[in-house]
Structures are given as C-alpha cells and as structure tokens.
Design a protein around this ligand. Structure first.
Ligand code: NAD
Ligand code: UPG
Length: 475
C-alpha cells in the first residue's frame, strides 16, 4: 500500500473516493451493486453471464426482488452504475472489489462448491492494475479466506498491494434492498487499519444511522455468517419438532409459538411451524457447516445440524403423506392444486424450494399437480418443466381433490373460500404454512388442516361436486 499520509483512507488507494466493483450480480451482487450506487459510489457490476449483464445494463432485473428494479434503473440512468462481463474493465475501474458469486452445495456432498469464489478472486487479483481491497461477501466455509489470501499473494501483479478481507452479507430475499441499505450489522473480518478505514468510508451511510460494525479475524467473520443461518434453521426445526408433539397431544403450535415469542430471550420470529426451510441459503449453508465442522473434528455442531436438516426434510415427507392420506391412500390420477412454488413469499427463487419438492414428489406418484404461484411460475417451470402451471388460484383449484398451500403468499389470505368450494371436486385443504384462517375455511365447508394442530380427518370424503369415479383411487 502507499505509505505517505493520505488525507482520506481511499486516497491511500490512489482514489479520492473508492470506486466499487461487484463480481457476481445475482440476488446478492445485483442488490449490493445498486445499494452502493444509492450510497453515492461509482459502481461496476461484473458477471460472467452475458444475458444477465445485458438485462441489468437496460435496467431490467432478471429475477423478482421488490424495489430492486427501481433502484437499478435510477442508477443506470444516473450513470453511477454500470455492468460488464469484462473483469479487466472492472479491475481497472475500481479500488474495492466485492466478491458476490455463488457458493452452491457441491454435487454428491454436503460441502460448498468454492470453485466460483476461487475463480472470481483469482480473476480480480491477477488483473489488478492498481492497489485495491478484495472483499469477500459470498457465504463460505471457515478457512476459505485464509486459503484465498495465499492464492492472491501468489498471483497479484508485482508492485501492486492488495488486502483480502471478509464482509459477510445477511440480506433476506424479498427484503434485500432494505436489508442492504440498512443492515443489522456490518461484520469486517481480517482488516488492517487501512482496509478498516476504507470500509468505514464505503459503509458511511449505514454507520451514520447507527449500524454497529463488528471487527474480527477472518475465521470469525466467516463463522458469524454460517452460524446466523444455522441458528435460524435450528429455530425452525425446533418449532417443527414441537409441532409434532402438539399434533400428538392435541395442542396448537401457533398459539404456543406466540406465547414463546413474548419471552424476548426467545422472540417470535422464525417460530412458524410448517413445511420448513428452503432456498439458496439455509439448506446449503447448514450442510456446508456440517461438512466443515466434521473436517475440523467439531462433532457437536455437525450432529446438532444433522438433526436440524433431517427434521426439516421430514416436514416435506409429512406433507406428501398428508396429501396421500387426503386422497384415500394413493394420489394416482388424483388432481392436486398447489398454491405456491417459491421457497418463501416475495421472491421468485425456487432453489431448494420445499413447495416444488412436494409438488414434484406427488407428480412422480402419478398425481395431476397444478401449481399456482404469483411470481415464481417461470422459474419453477424452468426447473420442473413437466409440471403444470396455472395463472390463478382458481385455475389451480378447478376440479382438485385436495389443495395444498405450500408458500404463504399474502394473496392466499384473500381467497374467497366459499366461491372456491364451488369449483373443486372435494373441499379439502392442507395449509402446510399455517398461514390461512382455519375458521373462515371451515365455516365455508372445507375440511381444513394445518401442521402442528390436532389432526382432522381429511378422508374419506363424500363426493359433492363431481362424479363418483373421480374418488375411486386407482391402484
Ligand atoms: N441470495 C441471498 O439472499 C444471499 C444472501 C446473503 C448471502 N448470500 C451468498 O451470496 C453468494 C451469492 O448468492 P446469490 O444468491 O446471489 O447467487 P446467484 O447464483 O444468484 O448469483 C451468483 C452470480 O455469480 C455469477 N458468477 C459466477 N462466477 C462468476 C465469475 N467468475 N465472474 C463473474 N460472475 C460470476 C453467476 O453468473 C451469477 O449471476 C452465495 O455465497 C450466497 O450464499 C446470498
Ligand atoms: O418461521 C419460519 C421462518 C422461515 N421459514 C422458512 O425458512 C426459509 C428461509 O427464510 P429466510 O431466512 O427468510 O430466507 P432467505 O432469504 O434465504 O434468508 C436467509 O438466508 C440468507 C442467505 O444466507 C441470509 O442472508 C438471511 O439472513 C437468512 O434469513 C424459507 O423457506 C421460509 O419459508 C420457516 O419455515 N419458518
């Protein structure tokens, strides 16, 4: 690094104000790039996918994230935000390089696939034209940063100084813009005085409104991130384990969770029992932690999280079994209306979606599954092209033998249960997210059950709107 006394931290990098590159412009990177532009920085987003770069350059976000298209359009138009496929252009442009590429679960293993992070970091380091800071943001197993540091040291061009630090991200899909502009905390792992000062400049806006900065070493920063997700996952599997007891004892897990939540040491969030967690983060992150903890000989974390994962996956099987039971023992040729495909509301992300997983399993058992999701039909169709997709709740429900609510979209709360009853074959509904008003549905004549409540007999049903032959399970 430059050693003369700079007037501002970024001047030590040769810049009056740090310019930012964001490598990987998916859910995390596109949001981070737009938020950095909103905070007043000149930003270049880099992605190896030319279609993504072309779309973002036009102000089009290739996925559904509330508020993000507006932010991207504003800053593409203001000239503060650019996108490119060319890492050479980005390294020449920027002083602070955020690594935001994917770290998916490796095929056939619980481990994280670190090839994208390694390649992105290498491509930045080897193309640096001036001093700069490489900031890992992707979620990685503990030890990754240290390994990347030695790779960077071996390839950075002669005469150029660089640091590699870790700044994990905690944004939630569906709330990504707000979470990025006003984060709960900023974790900075492995900083020197210089990189700390530059990062304080980069995050001046959230710091000014009181966002705490946690300074720590690289492994702690990496572990804060995966531990946060592991804790959230554990809360969900805990309540789903208690839900099983509630069912057996005739108690109500929703009321129980509300009562638990009043204890501020526990809190109400992430105590919604149901189909369990999915998405591009929680499942793969706890598995990567199981794997890494195992490698480190830390058996307690591995065995705890193994249980969390197993309980979570068993919720999917539970709902599949409930649907089979509601159909009289076999779903073969039975029509099942599925409400929800996304892994949660306010996103079109279907990565490891419990909803799609259940829908696909029932399809494989011979059911005629028709899925409606307000935003995720296209992404779901790309992943499961053989399933049938509807444009409305009514279309998915028409002639159904059972309806499954698998994602808790707000829209489903305004369904007119009485009107819907008129178009189904059998008025049976399984609310696998405990998101609907049971009394409203029961009053409209539906056999309604949620999860973690006293079981309701869903079968056998007397046909009311359809021919008897539809009810005879084909063996
Ligand atoms: N999605 C979230 O809500 C979220 C939140 C916090 C942390 N994270 C973490 O952030 C990381 C990214 O997640 P995501 O959901 O944004 O993934 P994503 O798959 O949506 O995006 C990754 C992007 O990186 C691009 N890419 C891959 N290799 C590249 C390279 N060498 N150069 C340039 N671009 C490259 C891909 O084309 C893709 O557009 C993961 O580690 C994830 O765990 C995600
Ligand atoms: O009480 C609850 C709360 C959530 N879920 C499910 O849990 C999953 C994950 O939800 P959420 O955490 O809101 O989604 P993500 O956007 O994947 O965000 C998580 O993963 C991100 C990526 O690592 C982190 O940055 C976030 O802090 C962390 O919340 C979804 O399938 C939800 O349906 C439940 O089943 N019950």
């Amino acid at each position: 690094m430059t050693t003369s006394t700079p007037a501002t931290p970024s001047e030590a990098l040769g810049a009056t104000r740090p310019r930012i590159s964001v490598v990987g412009t998916g859910y995390l990177g596109a949001t981070h790039a737009a938020a950095m532009a909103e905070m007043g920085f000149d930003v270049m987003g880099v992605d190896s996918d030319p279609a993504k770069v072309a779309a973002l350059s036009e102000g089009i976000v290739p996925f559904f994230e509330p508020g993000l298209p507006e932010l991207i359009r504003t800053h593409v138009a203001s000239g503060r935000l650019h996108f490119t496929t060319d890492i050479v252009e980005a390294t020449a442009f920027a002083d602070v390089h955020f690594i935001c590429v994917g770290t998916p679960q490796a095929r056939g293993s619980n481990a994280a696939n670190l090839s994208y992070v390694e390649e992105a970091t290498r491509s930045v380091a080897r193309n640096l034209t001036h001093d700069g800071i490489i900031v890992g943001k992707s979620t990685v197993p503990v030890g990754t940063g240290a390994r990347l540091r030695s790779i960077v040291a071996g390839i950075v061009p002669a005469g150029i100084s660089t640091e590699l630090i870790w700044n994990p991200e905690f944004l939630r899909e569906g709330k990504a813009v707000d979470d990025t502009l006003t984060p709960d905390r900023i974790v900075l792992g492995g900083t020197t005085a210089l990189s700390e000062a530059v990062m304080r400049e980069v995050y001046a806006a959230p710091i000014a409104i009181g966002t705490p900065v946690i300074l720590c070493d690289l492994p702690t920063a990496e572990l804060v991130k995966v531990s946060a997700n592991a804790f959230l996952a554990t809360k969900i599997s805990f309540i789903n384990a208690i839900a099983e007891v509630c069912e057996a004892a005739g108690a109500d897990v929703g009321v129980l969770a509300d009562a638990l939540g009043h204890d501020i040491r526990i809190g109400r969030q992430f105590l919604n029992a149901g189909l369990g967690f999915g998405g591009g983060c929680l499942p793969k992150d706890i598995r990567a932690l199981i794997h890494r903890a195992g490698e480190l000989g830390a058996t307690k974390a591995a065995s705890l999280l193994q249980q969390v994962d197993e309980i979570n996956m068993s919720q999917r099987q539970l709902v599949i079994n409930m649907a089979i039971e509601a159909c009289g023992g076999s779903v073969l040729n039975r029509r099942i209306g599925v409400l929800g495909a996304a892994f949660k509301p306010l996103t079109d992300d279907v990565r490891d979606s419990p909803a799609l997983n259940v829908a696909a399993a029932l399809h494989l058992r011979g059911a005629q599954v028709v899925i409606y999701d307000p935003e995720a039909s296209s992404t779901a169709q790309r992943m499961f092209p053989t399933l049938t997709y509807a444009d409305s709740v009514e279309e998915a429900a028409t002639n159904s033998d059972v309806i499954l609510v698998l994602t808790e979209w707000e829209e489903f709360n305004s369904i007119d249960a009485a009107a819907l009853r008129e178009i189904v074959a059998l008025p049976v509904i399984i609310d696998a997210r405990n998101c609907l008003d049971a009394a409203h549905w029961r009053a409209a004549g539906w056999r309604f059950t949620g999860l973690g409540v006293a079981p309701v007999a869903l079968t056998p049903m007397i046909p009311e709107h359809n021919s008897l032959s539809r009810l005879v399970p084909v063996q």
